[in-house]
Design a protein around this ligand. Structure first.
Ligand code: CDP
Ligand code: MG
Length: 243
């Protein structure tokens, strides 16, 4: 397979799409028949605050950040139904996966999407006003049905954030992996190499890990400068484990 054939992108079918029964419609628009792309991985995720905040880290500090976290974790659309608080996460693969899916998704703002690209997925979205404590509208949240990686670099960061290598068939894995020779445990925001009561075993010797994740774990454990946060590595290992 050529390099371009391994192009990958992350799609999230967000809680508003699930609530409106648009999952099948979205999957049909993104099918191999329409896009030439294939599934490389898929999972149903109860999105933790940690995963949500890492995924949208670039938006920290903006007015729409807290409502966005409520949206992607399912709290906005299903406040009283934890059973329904989830997203469908999909890795698509094939030539130009990122621009092909961004084009079908359309502009971020559903109003702009309706004006500029009627029929695109996000043209079916809605706007939700964000108010300050005095009830004044200060921004708007854009409920736009799907997330789609914007660049190849973003796709790599996001796929590694949501998926473990073994969630993806070996010949479809687009990024370097490595076998761990060490144990890593996580508890209360801290990494350790020894098990303590209540800690989660994130990685054990023999586990296949993204090579860049392993470098981050080694750096943090050894107290040397790390190229990423601990949360960016561990979030996917805690997916569907923590309520
Ligand atoms: O998703 P995309 O990459 O197109 O847009 P973004 O600028 O990276 O923003 C991420 C997500 O934040 C959007 O898809 C919207 O759901 C949300 N957003 C929002 O609620 N209000 C804004 N003013 C901008 C973005
Ligand atoms: Mg973005």
């Amino acid at each position: 397979m050529s390099g371009k054939e391994l192009d990958q992108t992350l799609v999230l079918i967000k809680p508003d799409a699930l609530k409106n029964s648009l999952t099948g419609y979205v999957l049909s628009l993104l099918s191999e028949f329409h896009t030439g792309l294939r599934f490389a991985g898929t999972k149903i995720v109860h999105v933790s605050k940690m995963l949500a905040e890492e995924h949208y880290a670039e938006h920290r500090g903006k007015h729409f950040f807290p409502p966005l976290i409520e949206y992607i974790t399912g709290l906005s659309h299903y406040p009283d139904e934890p059973i329904k608080q989830r997203v469908v996460a999909i890795v698509y693969q094939g030539i130009d996966a990122v621009p092909k899916i961004r084009a079908i998704a359309g502009p971020t703002n559903p109003l702009v999407a309706r004006e500029q690209k009627p029929g695109c997925i996000r043209s079916l979205g809605t706007l939700f006003p964000i108010k300050d404590k005095d009830g004044q509208i200060i921004d708007q949240r854009m409920d736009n049905l799907i997330h789609a990686s914007a660049t190849d670099l973003e796709a790599e960061r996001e796929i590694k954030l949501w998926f473990m290598p073994n969630d993806i068939p070996p010949y479809m894995q687009g990024y370097a992996t490595k076998k761990s020779e060490r144990h890593f445990y996580f508890k209360d925001g801290k990494l350790s190499e020894d098990h303590v009561p209540g800690s989660f075993c994130i990685v054990a010797p023999g586990d296949i890990v993204w090579e860049s994740d392993l470098a981050i774990l080694h750096a943090i454990a050894d107290g040397t400068p790390s190229k990423g946060t601990l949360e960016s590595v561990v979030a996917k290992y805690l997916v569907n484990q923590i309520r």
